[in-house]
Design a protein around this ligand. Structure first.
Ligand code: ADP
Length: 499
């Protein structure tokens, strides 16, 4: 069916890897234990680099450096304008190194090189600049306190922020959290995903070049149950900003509660519906729906993995969706003609294939795909199931792979009810030309983001986060600054007040 993976071709481009150590207090250092772990190239399964492996002792050092930088360093004390200048410089550096960074994410995560250059890296720079613009506009309020008092609020940085991020968008995840935290005047310890530590270490280097003071950004690659847990349970971390699975989100909230009751924000999984109404242009709806679930190999929390199509166009939609899946080219993410690279690692590859088996066993009909492709690496064919029932595992659980579940509906009310029938509420797509349906369904779907006649339309100014078990707290937008700031009320007696 699908274009053969080009991974076997021999001409594999592997970028040079310059940074493999932990970044603590402005220096690249070995782990206290001396241990390293392997990060692999999902195109082949081969080892790309040995990375210093942070554990509790290293996280302690990183938090200590961040605490020192917060309590006594200049970052929280400099003017917002000065912070913005450093952040803008970092944005310039990210852009200047875009090709190299896109290649690092490409080899580490199997992401498309071309898109990395033209989307991920410019978007990261834009995110930095957006929040650089916020750094000198952090305002409190003046209060109407009754009696002989005056009152106002200050919005102060929350302190030391732990950032724990996944592997699907190593660059965007980093800057989604780090940019507003920097603007707020926080200091930061980032635990990148163990699958994709390379670009985060590079950003630590660039931050130093840009003039971010030592200790303000620390990067501690390592595993979740060790380095990640050390951060989320640390007594001296003020807040943890997390993106990842609901299961680990729960673990992080528990360890935050058990330790110092640190503030937590969670951006978790999704099982987002794409709802296509009868009046839609079928070709447009098919290409949007394919993109929604096959983009980034389905490794995206907002993947539109449940596609509901109204009965009038269902048969035509199914036929065209199968064609689109067959034309979705799987191959080396460094090849500009490729639409989809390999799954990030063996664990995810096997997990996706297991869900495909479950789908078949529970009675869904596999129309296309469903198998590995290529002679090595973790490539999977774009996959479509029909005859999917709401209660099936593949309609309820996040697969995080290129697997579309197609379902038919009759009425608008039925579409809304089905769209809302999972535990998640991250995003939803609506395809219709009917303004009334678009607006009514937008209001009725319980999801943090609704895309009408578009999908993945992200913008730094558009808040992003989950309803229900997709988490709480928002990334992007000015509202995200709230995660990194806290409010102090100051009340002053005015004994001789004239009123
Ligand atoms: P995914 O399913 O996308 O791999 P995870 O939720 O497993 O996402 O992981 C997201 C991030 O959380 C990674 O950086 C991972 O190392 C980290 N992590 C995993 N387990 C824990 C844990 N127990 N405590 C803290 N962080 C963890």
């Amino acid at each position: 069916g699908n274009g053969k993976a080009a991974a076997g071709g021999g001409g594999l481009v592997v970028p040079e890897i310059k940074f493999t150590k932990l970044f603590i207090n402005g220096e690249f250092v070995d782990a206290a234990s001396g241990k390293t772990f392997k990060t692999r190239d999902p195109r082949t399964g081969d080892v790309l680099a040995h990375i210093a492996e942070a554990d509790k002792a290293d996280v302690d050092l990183a938090v200590k450096a961040a605490r020192e930088a917060f309590e006594h360093g200049k970052w929280p004390r400099m003017s917002g304008y000065e912070r913005s200048r450093v952040m803008n410089k970092l944005a310039d550096l990210v852009e200047q190194h875009a090709d190299e960074l896109a290649a690092l994410d490409g080899a580490d995560a199997g992401k498309l090189l071309t898109l990395g250059k033209i989307i991920d890296m410019p978007a990261a720079a834009q995110m930095l600049r957006y929040y650089a613009g916020a750094a000198d506009k952090i305002h409190g309020e003046s209060l109407r306190v009754a009696g002989k008092y005056q009152g106002y609020t200050l919005r102060e940085p929350i302190g030391v922020v732990g950032v724990i991020i996944p592997w699907n968008f190593p660059t965007m995840m980093f800057f989604l959290k780090v940019s507003p935290a920097l603007a707020a005047g926080c200091t930061i310890v980032v635990k990148p995903a163990e699958q994709t530590p390379l670009s985060a270490l590079y950003y630590a280097h660039l931050a130093k070049l840009a003039g971010v003071p030592d200790g303000v950004i620390n990067v501690v690659p390592g595993f979740g149950p060790t380095a990640g847990a050390a951060l989320s349970s640390h007594m001296d971390v003020d807040s943890v900003a997390f993106t990842g699975s609901a299961e680990i989100g729960r673990a992080i909230m528990e360890s935050a509660a058990r330790s110092n009751l640190k503030n937590v924000s969670l951006e978790l999984g999704g099982k987002s519906p794409m709802i296509v109404f009868d009046d839609a242009d079928v070709d447009m709806a098919v290409s949007l729906s394919s993109l929604a679930v096959f983009f980034n190999k389905g490794e995206i929390c907002v993947a539109g993995s449940r596609v509901y199509v109204q009965e009038g166009i269902y048969d035509e939609f199914v036929k065209k969706a199968v064609e689109a899946a067959k034309n979705w080219k799987v191959g080396d993410p460094f090849d500009a003609a490729t639409n989809m690279g390999p799954q990030v690692d063996k664990v995810q590859f096997e997990r996706v294939l297991k869900y495909i088996e479950i789908g078949k066993n529970e009675g869904a009909t596999l129309l296309t795909g469903g198998k590995p492709t290529g002679d090595k690496g973790y490539y999977i064919e774009p996959t479509i199931f029909v005859d999917v029932k709401e209660e099936m595992t593949i309609a309820q659980e996040e697969i995080f792979g290129p697997v579309m579940s197609l379902m038919k509906f009759k009425t608008v009310e039925e579409a809304i009810e089905k769209a809302n029938c999972t535990k998640y509420g991250l995003a939803a797509g609506i395809v219709t030309k009917n303004l009334n349906i678009a607006n009514m369904v937008s209001r009725s779907v319980r999801a943090g983001t609704v895309w009408v006649n578009c999908y993945f339309a992200f913008d730094p100014d558009a808040p992003f986060g989950g309803y229900k078990m997709s988490g709480f707290g928002r990334d992007q937008g000015m509202v995200a600054m709230d995660k990194y700031l806290q409010v102090k009320t100051v009340i002053t007696a005015v004994p001789d007040s004239p009123w």
